[in-house]
Design a binder for this molecule. Structure first.
Ligand code: FBP
Length: 547
């Protein structure tokens, strides 16, 4: 591996951890828990792992003897900065308990577990990946573990390696799989524990106990740097409107956080669009209003932030997508057998309800085609592949042209489309993410040593200095509810969407008129890894405001 000077310097960074992870640990049990909704159904489906207590760790002087164990780890789903540090924190934690313990990394995500593709992770390997971005140490994948045959295969492969615990580093869907696997192993008394770690740049895997998922901090800082740079370009050239779609799947946490960091002229929040029952036309009108008002001040430039999941939150589109999801699951073979996009659109339009068919047939063809793309293995629409930013530019352009004809708009409008997603997912983790992920890895090692299964590692109190963070565990079933997936009701972790009565969104609302009309851009600049703490150790605005 050829290392950059930053990578070499970063290898020496020692992550900060909570006091409870610095020496002996006492695991303290809190109250029994319930799932966020559908308690009776979830309790029935998870008889062995439902209702377990929340755990928190306290520093302890007691020295314990831990047996040597073998542990397996996988990285699952989309990359998020800090995954390598979860693995190094887990490795160091296991080795500090017993230097003969071993860590195996399963390759390429969940499929590595079923196909028995693995590599032993020794310090020779781990040391090259400390504090780096990416998931390339063992790779990642999106295979869904849901069939009993897959669970049995996983168990057989664990037995071959003498593995008694698995750590699944993933988002809501992967941690749902972790919970199902934990329950299956517990029911069989299989002797393999399963621990989850909350990962995803999307920031939608959170509760009071999981304050943020790792990677959100770094990804938002990378996007905010880029948005700031574009804003400075826009404010220099004064000739373009930049429509910037931001990753984040359904929830708008990333778009909202980036808006709080950069103060753009428009920031759309999907959850607001849904709550106000807005149509696509109304969303466009809001942007047009800003364009017209800014033109009155001779400002024919600006920035518009768009969450990638927007289309799923426009009620009419949401209903359409839900119908499409069920239909594509039901008629998968028939749709795939059709040769052209036109035939596919016609086939689908005929089977939709009258309202959805009307919405679908009025969409531009290219956009309608994108709604028919394959779902991911968890049944989600692949929103990163839908060009909402281009659709909005075209619609705004058409509206301002009309206004110009009517003499109601005197300015100019030229749109530039951007999509920021993949460029943030593997960035070198910020100090926050490096510290947080290393602590999560250490936490997973403690949960394993304490014999726990069906838990997610949790590190809380994150706006305080790292020494004061509270490490522990949260039963995964606590985060679950029943949802429709691939046409059937399934127990899944409830996605945390932006709450409209919470401070981060309220702060946007309080400021957005001023940010729209005046040019009040903030230019955050690149992530700083070395330097004063107020520059290098800042948490996200979301975490600070939610405190
Ligand atoms: P996870 O939920 O697995 O963390 O993935 C996050 C994400 O980056 C989303 O923001 C995005 O919609 C999706 O992955 C893109 O998926 P892919 O990498 O398969 O294109």
């Amino acid at each position: 591996m050829i290392k950059s000077p930053l990578q070499i310097a970063r290898e020496k960074y020692v992550p900060k951890v909570p006091v409870s992870l610095k020496g002996g640990v006492k695991v303290v049990e809190g109250n029994k828990t319930e799932s966020v909704a559908d308690q009776a159904e979830i309790a029935k489906m998870f008889p062995n792992t439902y209702g377990m207590p929340v755990l928190s760790f306290e520093a302890s002087d007691e020295k314990k003897d831990y047996p040597a164990i073998n542990v397996g780890v996988i990285l699952s789903g989309g990359q998020a900065p800090g995954g390598h540090n979860v693995i190094s924190g887990l490795f160091d934690g296991l080795k500090s308990q017993n230097s003969d313990s071993k860590l195996y990394g399963f390759l390429g995500g969940p499929s590595g577990l079923t196909d028995n593709e693995y590599q032993e992770l020794t310090s020779d390997v781990i040391d090259h990946y400390r504090n780096t971005g990416g998931f390339d140490i063992i790779g990642s994948g999106r295979t869904k573990l849901e069939e009993e045959a897959q669970f049995d295969q996983t168990l057989e492969n664990c037995k071959k390696l003498g593995i008694s615990a698995l750590v699944i580093i993933g988002g809501d869907d992967s941690n749902t799989n972790a919970a199902v696997l934990a329950e299956y192993f517990a029911a069989k008394d299989a002797g393999v524990q399963v621990i989850g770690v909350p990962k995803t740049i999307d920031g939608d895997l959170k509760t009071d106990m999981i304050e943020t998922s790792f990677g959100f901090d770094t990804a938002c800082k990378v996007y905010s740097e880029l948005i700031g740079n574009i804003q400075r370009d826009a404010n220099s050239a004064k000739k373009y409107y930049h429509f910037i779609k931001l990753m984040g799947r359904s929830a708008s946490h990333i778009a909202l956080e980036c808006a709080l960091q950069t103060q753009p002229n428009v920031a759309i929040v999907s959850e607001e669009v849904e709550a106000k029952n807005m149509t696509l036309d109304q969303v466009v009108d809001q942007i047009v209003d800003v364009v017209v008002k800014r033109a009155e001040n001779d400002e024919n430039f600006g920035t518009v932030l768009i969450p990638e999941g927007l289309v799923e939150f426009i009620p009419a589109m949401k209903a359409l997508i839900a119908e499409l999801n069920d239909m594509l699951a039901k008629y998968e073979d028939e749709v795939n057998a059709l040769e052209s996009n036109k035939e596919r659109r016609e086939f689908v339009a005929e089977k939709l309800s009258a309202d959805s068919s009307d919405v679908f047939t009025k969409l531009p063809n290219s956009f309608a085609n994108q709604l028919l793309l394959d779902r991911d293995p968890h049944g989600n629409v692949q929103v990163s592949m839908i060009d909402t930013e281009k659709l909005l530019i075209d619609m705004v352009k058409a509206k301002v042209k009309k206004l110009k004809k009517e003499g109601k708009f005197n300015g100019k409008f030229k749109g530039q489309a951007h999509f920021f997603g993949y460029e943030g997912r593997c960035a070198a983790p910020s100090n926050f993410d490096a510290d947080y992920t290393y602590s999560l890895g250490n936490t997973a090692a403690v949960l394993i040593a304490d014999g726990k299964t069906g838990y997610m590692a949790s590190v809380r109190n994150l706006t305080a200095p790292a020494e004061e963070w509270v490490a522990g565990g949260v039963p995964v079933t606590m985060l679950m509810n029943m949802e429709r997936r691939h046409g059937a009701m399934k127990p899944v972790i409830q996605k945390a969407l932006v709450k409209l009565d919470d401070k981060p969104y309220q702060t946007l609302v309080e400021n957005r008129t001023a940010w729209a009309q005046n040019t009040q851009y903030v230019y955050p600049g690149p992530i700083q890894y070395f330097g004063p703490s107020e520059v290098c150790d800042q948490t996200t605005k979301t975490l600070q405001l939610e405190k």
